[in-house]
Design a protein around this ligand. Structure first.
Ligand code: PLP
Length: 386
């Protein structure tokens, strides 16, 4: 049984809902900021796609973070939360004219561009407005992160970024476009990365590329954006509530060869918000099968899709029971066989009506919820609202 959850309050509420520990969120954001501030020219942008809950975005803005957006809707959410436009970067392989126009009109800091036709479209829309758009080229560094295949993004086979062979063509195009200014390089190799070696490999690629651009084209760009991807400990949220930001930023500081005045941008999503969130759910039934015991809960894959989508592990705690452990498959009510949170998990003996916390669900939880089976989207509760 965990003592840090207000279980009496939960008991009065309709489930499922996301519960956010505001104190932990603030502390995590402050730690990331402090550790980044130890190095000159390091900037942290919050990757909004991890969680775009408006209250959470407000807290992120209060911490003084910029925003990394991957859609026009996210640019809009960032601005509505008060994040200044000059701290907003906009990535994504498929930016539509409407999304580009919105970002140009807001005057965002930088577009991370991924193809020739995209940069031509941005140029045309910037020309109509009489402005010059700043862009960074997203490079596909062909590095595999040691993580789940569905969350690696930096391999040649992935749809993201510009490959080395095409880089000259992209730069030539940019240099011919009067309404585009090239200000940087952008990288993002994947997510839930816990071994620093992957980031060290990325730094190696950045250094190689910087040398090549300097020697071949005399080009030194003021901004290097290394993306996000720092992982969290899903197995031990109470022991590791805040990721090792000190090690993360030190790894980049030690391994990147920067030119004087070069600024380094980070786009952290999961590592900033995952541990502060839990999905709170009630047990609807305990169903005994022939060889299994199913714990059927009122949250489903539509509320938290990570286990079904990525085979992801989340700790599950029964907040109502401290009895002996039993083995359960914890499942949702959705009519899909993949609506399973975990199989053969040891959890204290559980009854109908018990309240569970599915931990480390602050990132890619509420943000990925959907309404399949006519289910309402999960609501949220912040710890300082009760
Ligand atoms: C998703 C994403 C991020 C954030 O990734 P995390 O693993 O949550 O830190 C950063 N940059 C880009 C371009 C992304 O698509």
């Amino acid at each position: 049984m965990s003592s840090c959850f207000p279980i009496e309050k939960f008991a009065q509420k309709e489930t499922p809902f996301y519960y956010y520990d505001v104190e932990l969120l603030r502390k995590t954001l402050a730690t990331a900021k402090e550790e980044a501030a130890k190095y000159e020219g390091f900037h942290v942008h919050y990757a909004i796609k991890a969680n775009f809950n408006p209250r959470l975005l407000q807290i992120v803005n209060e911490a003084g973070m910029g925003a990394d957006c991957v859609s026009g809707g996210e640019v809009d959410s960032a601005l509505k939360a008060g994040i200044p436009a000059d701290k907003v970067v906009f990535a994504g392989v498929g930016k539509t004219d409407k999304e580009i126009a919105l970002a140009l009109d807001a005057g965002i800091f930088c577009f991370n561009i991924e193809s020739v036709p995209e940069v031509e479209a941005i140029n045309a829309l910037a020309a109509e407005r009489g402005v010059v758009a700043s862009v960074a080229i997203r490079i596909n560094p062909n590095i595999g992160a040691h993580t789940h295949a569905n969350i690696t993004t930096g391999l040649a086979e992935n749809k993201f970024g510009v490959n080395y062979e095409q880089l000259d063509e992209v730069i030539d195009t940019i240099e011919s476009l009067p309404h585009i200014k090239l200000i940087g390089l952008h990288f993002h190799i994947g997510s839930q990365i816990l071994v620093m070696d992957d980031f060290i490999a990325l730094c190696g690629r950045v250094n190689e590329l910087q040398t090549m651009l300097r020697e071949k084209r005399g080009l030194v760009l003021p901004h290097i954006n290394v993306g996000g991807g720092l992982g969290i400990r899903y197995d031990a949220p109470d022991k590791y509530p805040i990721p090792d930001f000190a090690l993360y930023f030190a790894t980049y500081a030690q391994n990147l060869n920067l030119q004087p005045g070069q600024q380094v941008h980070f786009e952290l999503g999961r590592s900033l918000v995952a541990q502060c969130g839990s999905l709170i759910s009630r047990v609807t039934y305990i169903k005994r099968g022939t060889c299994k015991q199913f714990m059927i809960i009122d949250a489903g894959m539509n509320d938290l899709v990570r286990p079904a989508l990525y085979d992801a592990y989340h700790r599950i705690e029964n907040l109502s029971s401290s009895k002996e452990d039993e083995l359960y498959d914890v499942v949702g009510p959705i009519c899909e066989s993949s609506d399973v949170f975990c199989k053969d998990r040891k959890i204290p003996s559980t009854q109908r009506g018990d309240i569970l916390a599915i931990r480390s669900a602050g990132a890619y939880g509420e943000a990925m919820a959907f309404g399949y089976n006519c289910r309402r989207l999960p609501s949220s509760l912040f710890s300082d609202e009760i």
